[in-house]
Design a protein around this ligand. Sequence first.
Ligand code: TEU
Length: 603
Amino acid sequence: MEAKDNVIDTAETKQSIGRDWKEGVLYQLYPPSFKDSNGDGWGDIGGMLEKVDYLAELGVSAVWIGPVCDSPMEDNGYDIRDYYKIHDAYGTMEQFEELLVKLHKRDIRLVMDLVINHTSDEHAWFEASRSSKDNPYRDYYIWKPPAADGGPPNNWRSFSEESAWELDERTGEYYLHIFDKKQPDLNWDSEAMRQDLYEMIRFWLEKGVDGFRLDAINMISKHPDFPDAPQDARHPRGQQFYKNGPRIHEMLRELHEATFGRYPGTLTLGEAPTVTMDEVVRYTAPERKEMDMVLQMELVRMGKDFGDPWKTDPDWSPAMLKESVVRWYEEVFNRGAYALYLSTHDHPRMVGTLFGDRAGVGGTEGKSCNDAAAKAIGTFLHTLPGTPLVYQGEELGMPNANYRSLQDYRDKGTVSAYQRRLAEGESERDILASLHARSRDGARSPMHWTGGPEAGFTDGTPWIRINSQAKETNAEDEQNDFSSVLNHYRQLIRLRQQSPVPARGDLNMLELEDEWLFAYVRAAAEERWIVLINFSNQSRSCRIDEKWACLIEQGELLLASGLATSGFPKSGIPLQRRGDRKDDCMLDLLPYQSAIYRISAAD
Ligand code: TEU
């Protein structure tokens, strides 16, 4: 495409808002569960408008808003029926424009969710496509004749665990759907389809949208031969033939050139599950002009064995966490870019997954343990290399929803997994335990705005049950409580605004004998930070190198957190010297304690 001299100057507005994207903090807003303004129990743009001040006070620089385009809502909007229309339950285009203006006034940029690997089967393109083999829209989607035995063209499975192919009686052919059968995959090999998508993206850019989170973007280029995968391949079978496929980079470059590249300053945040580090660099190296950042999905998926998506216990260890953090830093940080999240709408909340029983969520001491764990997670997220992405409610320490029966769940994939497993003879108790540990609905319960009815989310009946912990954990109470998780997040975000260390600093993960203790140094030219975190619910102690001990002693404590009843040892420093021996310095951290020290670069 011949874009260069076609650069449109809304860029000026964009660049005047905030600083470099990487330096800020991103916030994920999940529309159905954020705030309802009209009492229908479903979040909406009116609700978002009410909460712009809340977001501004938190200090985030951009908000990624989940899909709000017209949709039959089979997958909460990740199944778009009309890219040019706001879904009725969310409000109107005028309200969307008002939101954009209001966010910009508070220096917050708006990032839309761009779902372009697939559409809804109710999209006009698909309706035309399926109508006959010679319809001009036929090749907007991926159609194949049946295999010799009349079955699907290959053995790929969809994320919803069925075949990835659906037979359409009308023409006797199968269409591909990597996700649900209501979400047919677009055919990115069709030039006409791509041009239609680009036009739609420019429509939103013209409105002044600042960026896009590109849904499942590394799946758009499919292997041209559609080969069978080994029968025992990891779930979902066939993924190696459509993730990071043969034409992916060519396609992303063309997409960039035809759309985002014409609007400098636009952020593109690519969702790319299962990638190698080299692949991430290829996606995000600035000179390649593909995407700005990839979402680092490893931490949020950690320990979840994708051979069995419903396994109850995440097979997770602190060593895995350290390894992943260091690998991304060493192999990507200086060559490409990534955003880091520890919770999102597709996985149960981190505070439940990693700390679940360990944090004692729901028990008598549940609240203080939960909050201490939530703060440790916050410290970790904001002090690692990579741009932090906070998922709504995480900043309040919202626990995983405590859904206990099938009636509580709304996610289609969750409900069908329940039914399938029950039919296969599994006990209801076991199924519910694994849903609690793994269902996406765990993170989708509505925001806790107040401790009042329906957590202040709606005046009506919420589309999904409010978490019973809303009375103890809610924004209204936390606003004014200096020791709240919310205030911890606000301070973390402020620290990031004031120092170059978190966005640009090098990382040196110190080797400690206790795997539950994390100590790392972030160093930028002007300044260094030492971060200490205890990820367990036990007090822990291990030897620390004298050199680092001295630096901690001389450092300035920027922020600390731990169990409300405890705090730091009297000295204010979590260190003890035992005897005179130089190497006998111990680091002592209380359960879920975290601390950030600043030491000058000269030390
Ligand atoms: O998710 C894409 C994705 O790759 C999945 O691995 C996701 O982790 C899975 O759905 C978990 O069960 C994106 C969206 O984030 C998700 O909400 C959508 O359902 C999906 O795309 C289809 O649009």
